[in-house]
Design a protein around this ligand. Structure first.
Ligand code: NAI
Length: 477
């Protein structure tokens, strides 16, 4: 098998950027060029202000940018020079046409693939890094073979990425496993071995696993569906807790101690977000339907439905605490990113909550430590869905810090579990003193000490715990 000397990564996003940065850092003898059609994004990668925020990423980029790591918009040159190409473009849910709302939009994968076919003058290993439905590699192969110059060979590999935003660098440095799918032909296996060598610079050989292409593609969808299912399961149980006086943190602790279940991903919350879980499950649902497996489709679809229900249940709880009207009330939203340590807001539950509170006529102040103000406006004015910016700004403002957001508010809502919102960091007594009374705080991420805040005078609504004084007599707790 060949030794890879030049790598091109198409797509400088949340996955392509960090992944190929680590590959460059760990393989100083390989030239890695990350390309994108988005000039602003490439400019940001070449500046001190990287387009994505991940703990530890700045240092790694600085250590190899300009040495063997390059960011460029010259897609064609990078394709031409490379012997291995990662396709790491976005695969959002289709918004129109066949499979709208479920199927993955493979338009970006297709156009990147066509570009490779057109430009290539030498053999290439093409690696599917984007999350795609099972059997996409086959389609890429058709496109490559139908459009390329005679005599050029393409080997297609599936190498799904399992990093989580917020911990991308440490996930990449210490992955649980690296998955490489290939055809079982001689050249397929050789291509897989070449890619395995790239990872072997820092990942133990027994953690680099190879399998057939379709298993590899499906494993990525399966892993996300199983993870999201745990969240929806614990969130479904949180509703039972709120109605009975059981405490979801005690329940998940008790269940998590069972080694067959384990403690991870059992934290109840206002709902999961992020660009992947919903999209990948819907993708799996669509795949099941196309395979005429309606029961399988319905089973996985319920994981997404439960998440929608959880967000709606939480915002309804806020509204009912104010005797069913929050018209004109001021609500402080702490956190807009879909989880802590990332500036990514894709599918963030905060967007759903803010939109719901807006339709109820509330005034909303948002604070997030990392999300750009411009991004919040984009998310709240999604074309065709929400009102235009001037309408939104009649009800929504963005605060410079948590204290400003909470000033004169009726309710504070924790939407993202940023450490700086913990009651050991933020001065909730000060916040309480500047709020309207009764002062409510709703903890959508289980980061606050309920008793402590109640002692300050707050009315506290926590996911997975009954509101004190309402459904459960005090002495039951
Ligand atoms: P992203 O939207 O941040 O980045 C994709 C980039 O590809 C964009 O900058 C876009 O301009 C560029 N692009 C699109 N078409 C192009 C073309 N023809 N030529 C050059 N550049 C092009 O997306 P993200 O989050 O990096 O996701 C990429 C893939 O990785 C998706 O399939 C996603 O499902 C998957 N994934 C994402 C994870 C995450 O945490 N975000 C984790 C694991 C997988």
């Amino acid at each position: 098998h060949i030794k890879v000397k030049k790598i091109c990564c198409i797509g400088a996003g949340y996955v392509g950027g960090p992944t190929c940065t680590i590959i460059a850092a760990k393989n100083p003898d390989i030239i890695v060029t990350i390309v994108d059609i988005n000039q602003a994004r490439i400019d940001a990668w070449n500046s001190d202000n990287l387009p994505i925020s991940e703990p530890g990423l700045d240092e790694v980029v600085k250590s190899c940018r300009g040495r063997n790591l390059f960011f460029s918009t010259d897609v064609d040159k990078a394709i031409h020079d490379a012997d291995l190409i990662f396709v790491s473009v976005n695969t959002p849910t289709k918004t129109k046409g066949m499979g709208a709302g479920y199927a993955a939009d493979l338009g970006y994968v297709e156009s990147a693939t066509r570009r490779i076919a057109q430009i290539a003058r030498s053999d290439k290993i093409v690696v599917e890094k984007s999350t795609v439905p099972c059997r996409t590699a086959q389609n890429m192969r058709y496109i490559l073979e139908a459009n390329s110059k005679a005599g050029i060979r393409f080997d297609i590999l599936s190498n799904p990425e399992f990093l989580a935003e917020g911990t991308a660098v440490s996930d990449l440095m210490n992955p649980d496993r690296v998955l490489i799918g290939s055809l079982k032909t001689e050249s397929g296996r050789a291509a897989a071995a070449s890619l395995a060598d790239v990872y072997a610079s820092w990942v133990a050989r027994d953690q680099i696993i190879t399998m057939n292409l379709w298993s590899s593609e499906l494993s990525k969808l399966a892993a996300n569906a199983l993870l999201a299912q745990r969240i929806s399961s614990i969130n479904a149980l949180s509703a039972i807790c709120e109605a009975t006086g059981a405490d979801i943190e005690e329940v998940s602790y008790a269940c998590g101690l069972d080694t067959r279940i384990g403690p991870k991903f059992l934290k109840a919350s206002v709902g999961f977000g992020g660009s992947c879980f919903q999209k990948d499950i819907l993708n799996l649902v669509y795949l099941s339907e196309s395979l005429h497996l309606p029961e399988v489709a319905a089973y996985w679809k319920q994981v997404v439905d439960m998440n929608e229900y959880q967000k709606r249940r939480f915002s309804n709880r806020v509204i009912s605490s104010f005797f069913n009207t929050i018209y004109g009330k001021k609500i402080a939203i702490l956190g807009f990113a879909f989880k802590k340590d990332t500036s990514d807001t894709r599918e963030s539950p905060a967007i759903t909550l803010v939109n719901h509170f807006r339709t109820e006529g509330a005034q909303i102040a948002i604070y997030d430590p990392k999300v750009q103000e411009s991004q919040i406006w984009i998310d709240l004015t999604e074309p065709g869905v929400m009102d235009d910016l001037t309408e939104v700004q009649k009800q929504v403002s963005i605060a410079k810090d948590a204290y400003a957001a909470c000033d004169d508010a009726d309710a504070v809502i924790i939407c993202t579990e940023w450490d700086e919102f913990r009651d050991t960091v933020l001065d909730y007594k000060l916040i309480y003193d500047h709020m309207k009374k009764p002062a409510f705080v709703f903890d959508g991420r289980l980061i606050l000490n309920k008793t402590r805040l109640e002692d300050m005078g707050f009315q506290v609504g926590t996911i997975g715990r009954a509101t004190s004084g309402f459904t459960v007599p005090k002495d039951w707790e």
